[in-house]
Design a protein around this ligand. Structure first.
Ligand SMILES: [Zn+2]
Length: 117
């Protein structure tokens, strides 16, 4: 938000009557007129940006699709990643979140990317 009078951004803004016209101005310029109402500073946009090493939420879907593509069975994947087929099944069903190390092995085994980059 910028002041309609001086064009500068400021921490605080108000609606003020400046020589007969209502404007959104900074607290400095508001001194030249009559303050009608105070405005709160713009809320900071909080966009949740996942960290680089954060596992993708759809990791199980990515794995399942890659397994189809690579024609890799649960048993194959278990052997390649040195894990139990039961654990691999749980991961595929989204019931188990793979550790960082296992995720990296899955990535290598299936040529996929399981992390947000
Ligand atoms: Zn101003």
């Amino acid at each position: 938000m910028n002041c309609e009078l001086c064009g500068l951004g400021d921490k605080r803004f108000c609606r003020a009557d400046i020589e007969g016209s209502v404007m959104t101005v900074c607290s400095e310029c508001a001194k030249n007129g009559k303050i009608i109402s105070e405005l709160n500073p713009e809320p900071k946009k909080s966009i949740a940006t996942p960290a680089d090493d954060e596992l993708r939420l759809d990791f199980s879907k990515i794995i399942v699709e890659a397994m189809k593509e690579e024609k890799t069975s649960v048993e194959d994947l278990a052997r390649i990643t040195r894990n139990s087929p039961a654990d691999i099944k749980k991961i595929i069903n989204g019931k188990l979140i793979p550790t960082m190390e296992l995720s990296k092995r899955l990535e290598r085994a299936l040529k996929i990317n399981l992390f947000y980059t």
